[in-house]
Design a protein. Structure first.
Length: 218
């Protein structure tokens, strides 16, 4: 914040004492404590609407964001993530790869800081990332609910086949469904390419259909 004039750090208000401690820490570092903005908890739709006003989201390191990162991506906000060496510190990298934004993954905190400052000072580069992200929302595996559903159904079927064959539980590998966005023969709400990312989210969530079930013959 010291190196990016006029910047603010926008955080959620979870525990009042945390906000006080962070403001005190900023003041000790010579940063105006009121450049830390704490937003009240809102319902999800209102949260996504306001989140779209952010320039960039900074992922936490030791325990990366899960749904918080997904929310930022849905709102069209690029997320910068430093990949660690534990599953919880690699969630951001996993999500960014799934949405086709590997250029926002860095390997250490020093690079993370340099990249955050670079993006904050380069509005054209940041705008290019936002446009790429918004375009990816309709095509990336991360938001392809039907593809995910098919993978999950294939996993259930593989489990059922093992059980029917009298085989013991074991690790199974489900082949990836590759290619363009998965289509469905059932009725799925169509999301217009001109729809904003936030309103399009409703279409993805409601994209579901009823599948038939099968059982082992005895």
């Amino acid at each position: 914040m010291e190196r990016v004039g006029g910047s603010v750090l926008w955080l959620g208000t979870w525990i009042p004492i945390t906000a006080n401690n962070l403001r005190k820490g900023a003041e000790r570092a010579g940063i105006d404590p009121y450049r830390l903005i704490f937003a009240a908890i809102e319902d999800h739709d209102r949260h996504l609407a306001r989140l779209a006003l952010a320039n960039i989201a900074l992922d936490t390191h030791h325990h990366g964001g899960g749904i918080t990162t997904v929310d930022a991506l849905i709102a069209g906000v690029p997320v910068l993530s430093a990949m660690g060496d534990t599953p919880s510190s690699r969630m951001g990298a996993t999500l960014l790869n799934a949405v086709g934004m590997p250029e926002l993954i860095v390997s250490d905190l020093a690079t993370y800081e340099r990249r955050a400052i670079e993006l904050a000072k380069d509005p054209a580069q940041l705008e290019g990332l936002k446009k790429k992200l918004v375009a990816a929302l309709d095509t990336s595996p991360l938001f392809d609910v039907l593809r995910y559903t098919r993978h999950l159904e294939n996993a259930f079927e593989a489990m059922r086949q093992r059980q029917c064959a009298g085989e013991r539980p074991a690790d199974i590998e489900i082949p990836a469904i590759l290619g363009p966005r998965v289509s469905s023969s059932c009725s799925v709400p169509k999301v217009s390419t001109h729809t904003s990312p936030i309103s399009a989210r409703k279409g993805w969530i409601s994209a579901s259909c009823t599948t038939t079930t099968s059982s082992c013959s005895t």
